[in-house]
Design a protein around this ligand. Sequence first.
Ligand SMILES: C[S@@+](CC[C@H](N)C(=O)[O-])C[C@H]1O[C@@H](n2cnc3c(N)ncnc32)[C@H](O)[C@@H]1O
Length: 350
Amino acid sequence: MKESLLENLRCPLTMGKFTLEVYEKEQRKYGETEISEIKSGLLTSPCGYVFPIVKGVPRIQMESFIEHQEFIRLYKKDYDLIKEKIYKDWGYVLAQAIKRNKKTKQSFGAEWGLFRHGKDTTWDFTKESRKKRVLMELQTTPEELKGKKLFDVGCGNGVLTSGVSEFGIETFGLDVSNSIENAYLYNENPNVHFIQGDLQLPPFAAETFDIVYSTGVLIVTNNTELSFSCLSGLTKKGGIYYVWLYKPEKDFKHNALNVARAFTNKFPIKVQYWMFLILLVPQGLLKMRLRGIKRNWREQLITYLDVLSCEFRSEHTPEETEVWYTKRDYMKPVVTIVEYLGFGIYGKRK
Ligand SMILES: C[S@@+](CC[C@H](N)C(=O)[O-])C[C@H]1O[C@@H](n2cnc3c(N)ncnc32)[C@H](O)[C@@H]1O
């Protein structure tokens, strides 16, 4: 974590500014630039909630202080008292967050755990082709983007977050799963920050970003419109809020996958992994080859896990989504991409 990130971060519960304790630092090289970053530390909110910084990544989730309790105990001898106070003051929020995120963290953690940075493509896109697509999605140019702040919500493997920073912007990637560790580790650009967090409790103040960007994410949360709402205030006035969402389809393949998922996502994630690898990947790779698309087994398995493992998955129409924007102080939005499975839409904040 770069120390400069601190001024942007807020406690997701109270919006209070954090107090930072640094335990370990490391030098990171980005080309010619060398930056001293925080490898481990602790962020404490004025309300007493604590969020650890582990492996260079701030973990700003309600459950992070439990997941990393051994680490916090090394530095906080009164950990049990801190924990007791958090349970007393925020126990209900914590319980909901654990329930809401548990399976999502497992399924997407396994999915992105397969991804090899520098070797694999994401949804058949290279970093360069994803950068081009972002320009199309936002109907913008690199010149227009320069100097802006972009929040990539549900950043997955972080390739896009890191890639678009090459347009001369500062980017902030947030993801609920441990995929964020490799996103941070393999990032090669200096103007990039990664945070583990829950988009329904974002650790940023209102009107922090010029662009809030989220592709393929809100529809894998428990409530798409609620998630949309949790992010809509983060855009500055005149800023852009882009989302890519699944849309309903009427064909057999689509319906069959939706039915299959209700069954497959109930298995433990390890069972799903082996089941998809043995039963689906070989024939999937063959089909792709026949269509002229070259994928390796990891890319193919990531696709199956993405479609068949997630706990939540919903579909929406562009018309329905337009109303979400106009209800929340945005101008009439623009649909910039319509594809087989989904569509991309952005609105400008009034
Ligand atoms: C289909 S992937 C898309 C990843 C990335 N946006 C991309 O296009 O490559 C969905 C991502 O959303 C993340 N996600 C799901 N629920 C989330 C939440 N509540 N908060 C933050 N991230 C979440 C998952 O961990 C996963 O990495």
